[in-house]
Write a protein that binds this ligand. Structure first.
Ligand code: NDP
Length: 450
């Protein structure tokens, strides 16, 4: 019989920590889970879920405009942002309760407070100390705001999700996932949005066609995207916030969102005390089995800064529990992870970008199409769908799929299954089209464009 209090003691009740703890408990382990906030983590409380609810809300704005082309008479309408935020918060409360019930039901002991690692098998929470055969750190990430005078006047995604009124003018700093998604949500509901990008284009790391196509579409919805633009200072003026750019220009805004990346949440965890290896951004370095430089300490999720997406944290958490307490050694495959940006229109992407494919394979065929979806023939909206397949010519395998357009996330999730199975372009071609749909273009593109 072990002398440890627990078999697994997890710090951080977000997606990864909860998934690992529940799976471990289901496999018979004695599990403790330390959390000083509500259970659910970034995704449920401050990320994917509340953001997607706001995306849904904003979609009605364009749907109402588009409906006129289909014969609808639309009268005066407006959004009550405060009521939306209230409804969203009610839903988050409900989800939080479900998470709590699931944890209770699975036999995981929830320990309230801030956990600090004090040894390879020991955590301190307030005045209490707990021991465990294995420790798991799953404390996620937090917004990172660059250092400029007045930075404290900018909101991050944490705060903007709960802001109860709509600004008239919003300045967004950053052109990553969060910057793009919030720029689109607010622009759709009528806010004047200016997005400042320090580089040339939004969404660094995405396929070049995705970046330029989405940028065009966003500009068409009225978002002003300013490339090569950096904030120098922010101050509260008489009637508005004043954003001074490097170069001296001053923009006025009612709200400034800093969406300038996220960093691993490691402050106060005591990692130095146990000498855990950390990377340049503070991330906990782990091997493919999520094991840190201390053999009894593991880490999953954004705190490891691998692929910072909820389903990856969940898979790594469950995989770890299986390895520690299940019958098999489990290594999670991080290849071919689909991802979406819930912009207007949406981006869905899986596999390599064109430049990655060209670097990896000798001969690459690019199949690309841009078209006006049927919905917009009557709506009158000047919006195009972009789809792109990348094929390794030697094996005929589809190695990348990128889409900008309505439902891109839903469509690309299904394509990711085919790609995981090693689907070839010939198999895409042999698949019957589903008509009329936008997705059918994926199986009807015949001529490579490059
Ligand atoms: P990203 O890393 O995606 O983007 C950060 C943006 O901020 C980039 O445009 C970057 O510019 C810019 N930036 C960084 N530092 C500075 C600076 N000092 N001054 C000016 N600009 C700066 O971070 P996000 O905050 O958008 O998102 C964080 C992570 O959260 C994502 O990477 C993703 O893993 C996850 N996420 C996933 C979502 C989804 O799946 N739909 C939604 C939201 C978040 P540059 O490109 O030049 O570096």
């Amino acid at each position: 019989m072990s002398n440890f209090d627990f078999d697994l003691l997890t710090i951080g009740a977000g997606s990864g920590g909860v998934a690992a703890s529940r799976r471990a408990a289901a496999l018979g382990a004695r599990v403790g889970l330390v959390e000083d906030d509500r259970v659910g983590g970034t995704c449920v409380l401050r990320g994917c879920v509340p953001k997607k609810l706001l995306v849904y809300a904003s979609e009605y704005a364009s749907a109402l405009v588009d409906a006129v082309g289909f014969g609808w008479e639309i009268g005066e309408h407006s959004i009550d942002w405060g009521r939306l935020v209230e409804a969203k918060d009610r839903e988050l409360k409900r989800l939080n309760q479900i998470y709590l019930r699931m944890l209770e039901g699975s036999g995981v002991s929830l320990i309230r407070g801030r956990g600090e690692v004090v040894g390879p098998h020991e955590i301190r929470v307030g005045d209490e100390r707990y021991t465990a055969r294995n420790l798991l750190i799953s404390t996620g990430g937090k917004p990172s705001v660059p250092d400029f005078p007045g930075a404290e006047l900018a909101m991050t995604s944490d705060e903007i999700l709960s802001h109860e009124s709509l600004p008239r003018r919003l300045v967004v700093l950053g052109g990553g996932y969060i910057g793009v998604e919030f720029a689109c949500i607010f622009a759709r509901v009528g806010v004047r949005v200016t997005q400042l990008i320090r580089g040339d284009q939004i969404l660094r790391g995405f396929d070049a066609d995705v970046r330029s196509h989405l940028e065009e579409e966003m500009r068409a919805t009225g978002i002003e995207i300013r490339s090569g633009a950096q904030i120098a200072a922010l101050r509260r003026g008489e009637s508005a916030l004043e954003v001074t750019l490097v170069g001296g220009e001053v923009l006025e805004a009612d709200l400034v969102l800093a969406a300038t990346g996220r960093v691993p949440n490691v402050a106060g965890l005591g990692l130095e005390a146990v000498g855990l290896e950390q990377g340049p951004r503070g991330e906990i370095v782990v091997n493919t089995r999520s094991q840190t430089s201390a053999p009894s300490i593991f880490a999953v999720g954004d705190v490891t800064d691998r692929v910072n997406l909820t389903p990856v944290a969940i898979a790594d958490g469950r995989g770890l529990a299986e390895s520690l307490f299940g019958a098999r050694d489990f290594e999670v495959d991080h290849q071919g992870i689909p991802t979406a940006v819930f912009s207007q229109p949406e981006v869905g992407t899986v596999g390599r970008t064109e430049s990655e494919a060209r670097a990896q394979f000798e001969r690459v065929d690019v199949f690309k199409t841009k078209f006006r979806p049927m919905r917009h023939t009557l709506s009158g909206r000047d919006s195009r769908v972009m789809m792109k397949l990348l094929v390794d010519k030697d094996s005929d395998r589809v190695v990348g799929c990128h889409m900008v357009g309505d439902d891109a996330a839903e469509i690309v999730q299904a394509v990711a299954i085919a790609m995981k199975g090693g689907a070839t372009k010939a198999q895409f071609d042999a698949t019957m089209a589903l008509h009329p749909s936008a997705a059918e273009e994926l199986v009807t593109m015949r001529e490579p464009s490059g």
